[in-house]
Design a protein around this ligand. Structure first.
Ligand code: ZN
Length: 86
């Protein structure tokens, strides 16, 4: 059976939203900076201390998290988060 593709909401820090794709615990979406290839990441909790689940755009430096209730569970949205400091 093929991996089912689901729409997932992408929330940017300025309050705007768009739609990406989720399959299982992973999501893919296009960055606000119009990078022409999608960002891809796996799910974690919104306020995770794990930098390994940050998804940073290599073109503009925006950072995102694929947000779920717990690590590697089915995500319910993708959220742009503040870049880590220090
Ligand atoms: Zn970007």
């Amino acid at each position: 059976m093929p991996q089912k593709q689901h729409d997932i909401e992408i929330m940017f820090r300025d309050g705007s939203k768009t739609i990406g794709t989720r399959t299982g615990n992973n999501a893919a979406w296009l960055c606000r900076c119009n990078r022409n290839r999608p960002l891809v990441g796996f799910s974690d909790v919104l306020h995770s201390s794990r930098a390994s689940s940050d998804v940073e755009c290599v073109d503009c430096g925006r950072v995102y998290r694929v947000v779920a209730a717990s690590l590697r569970k089915t995500p319910d949205h993708v959220e742009e988060i503040p870049p880590r400091t220090g």
